[in-house]
Ligand binder design. Structure first.
Ligand SMILES: Cc1ncc(COP(=O)(O)O)c(C=O)c1O
Length: 471
């Protein structure tokens, strides 16, 4: 294959969608199908690689079966009965899982630190949450993995629930007791569904935890675009079908997926799967080693670095050196090394198998220099709004979402029932959710996060001067 390294050719040989994508790009075609840009027209480079699945990687009626073949290969690799490739991120995957269990009015166990996509999945499906308590590490104020004792407590107190959802790993890379949780959820005859958005690499390196299906879960959703080298929006839904109806899961997946998936997203997902299969451990050695070295250098510079999180996660604390993380994050962006999360106390740069000593070296040097430009007295870390929500549920999320609403000044909204979902982003954990009482604490923590420079997402009024509440 001219122009390809032998390694690229090897991956291509194992990845049917990648191969179909590259063949389509190289073909001398004059397509009379969507997308309307026909790969050049007006916008040049922006659309040059945009080939559809239907009528591009495969025929319009998918007679070649390349997507199914690629999904079967993924199912085999993860030990699933069913695998689906999504171009809608873990957002779509979580909503598909919510639509795949129970009926409107049924209750499910869910962590309150859930991503907003799962909460809106509950709205779509009409499911009602039984919240798992959030365990926060007292030393750091950051969320810990889900404990089996907490799940057991929820199941004892709410024997009517129809499924258990957990997030693993958490946003900061802490991991929970998944295999014990799977055992007790199964003993109750229920399915365990895992939002593993940040864990696409789990199970492919000895330094990393087993992936959720291996740990016993019935389904997992993961963003291949987060920890694997796949295109933005690429995500996987993987399931075992002993406790989940495969036909229902397929309909749930299709209900909320586009009918025009982008070939590049699917091809990159297939390529990422082939890479893990051919060479996962060697590829993941890179971030495991780079993160270990970065943790050492950052700790030597006086920064707090978490070491009880998964091996490729870099979580850097600034409270001990007094620097303001939002200002440091802004400087890092100016230096060309933007990080995923920068709030007052913590920075979370994402390191993946695409990084090198040079890129991580640049990050560490820029980070240490930016911190030194913002000295301050050491302070206590504050538990962020996202990890300290203790909701009072007044209405099911779906009822509140569709309830007649009024817009009130934010202080006047205290005590009323929220209609909207409001989340500092990242991490995208709702601090206010439909159906929950608006508390003075939640409003104060959102306003404090906003004043510190964090984006407050999804509120109808992004300035947070007003809130929509049940009329
Ligand atoms: C825990 C969690 N779940 C789901 C999502 C949604 O993922 P995506 O951006 O792929 O839709 C995110 C995004 O950050 C997340 O952190």
């Amino acid at each position: 294959m001219p122009g390809m390294t032998s390694y690229e050719a090897l991956v291509r040989g194992e990845a049917p969608l990648l191969d179909a994508y590259l063949r389509t790009l190289d073909a001398d075609d004059a397509p009379f199908t969507i997308p309307g840009h026909k790969r050049d027209a007006v916008f040049g480079r922006v659309v040059a690689g945009d080939v559809p699945l239907h009528g591009g990687l495969d025929s319009i009626s998918l007679t070649g079966g390349v997507l199914v073949e690629a999904e079967c290969r993924a199912a085999l690799l993860w030990g699933a009965d069913l695998a689906r490739f999504s171009v809608g991120g873990s957002t779509h995957g979580n909503q598909a899982l919510a639509l795949a269990v129970g009926r409107p009015g049924d209750r499910v166990v869910v962590p309150r630190t859930l991503h907003r996509s799962l909460l809106l999945g509950l709205v779509l499906a009409g499911l009602e949450p039984v919240w798992l308590p959030t365990r926060v590490d007292p030393a750091t104020g950051l969320p810990q993995g889900v404990r089996s004792a907490d799940v057991a407590g929820c199941l004892r107190a709410h024997p009517d629930v129809v499924a258990v959802f957990v997030g693993d790993p958490t946003y900061v890379g802490s991991v929970g007791e998944l295999s014990q949780i799977a055992d007790l959820v199964h003993a109750a005859g229920l399915p365990l569904l895992v939002d593993a958005a940040w864990g696409a690499h789990f199970g492919f390196h000895p330094a990393l935890p087993a992936h959720a299906l291996r740990a016993g879960a019935d389904a997992l959703v993961t963003s291949a675009h987060k920890m694997l080298p796949a295109y933005s929006q690429a995500a996987l839904v993987l399931a075992r079908t002993e406790r989940l109806d495969p036909a229902r899961l397929q309909s749930a997946f299709e209900a909320t997926h586009t009918t025009s998936p982008a070939g590049a997203v699917l091809a990159s997902l297939d390529a990422a799967r082939a890479l893990l299969q051919l060479d996962g451990e060697a590829q993941l050695d890179g971030p495991v080693r780079l993160v270990a070295a970065a943790r050492t250098r950052l700790a030597e510079a006086g920064l707090t670095v978490l070491d009880d999180v998964e091996a490729t996660k870099l979580v850097v604390g600034l409270a001990g050196v007094g620097a303001d993380g939002v200002a440091v994050g802004r400087e890092l962006r100016q230096a060309g090394v933007e990080v995923e999360l920068a709030d007052r106390d913590w920075l979370v740069p994402v390191v993946t198998l695409a990084d090198t000593e040079q890129t991580v070296g640049r990050l560490v040097t820029a980070l240490v220099a930016a911190v030194q430009r913002h000295p301050g007295p050491p302070r206590q870390t504050v538990v962020a709004a996202s990890w300290s929500v203790e909701p009072e549920i007044v209405l099911p999320p779906r009822d509140a979402f569709f309830a007649p609403a009024v817009t009130l000044g934010v202080q006047d909204a205290i005590g009323r029932v929220c209609v909207e979902l409001v989340a500092p982003y990242p991490p995208g954990v709702p601090v206010l959710a439909p159906g929950e009482r608006v508390t003075a604490e939640a409003v104060a923590s959102l306003l404090a996060a906003q004043a510190a420079g964090t984006r407050i997402a999804y509120a109808a009024d992004p300035t947070m001067q007003t809130l929509r509440v049940v009329a």
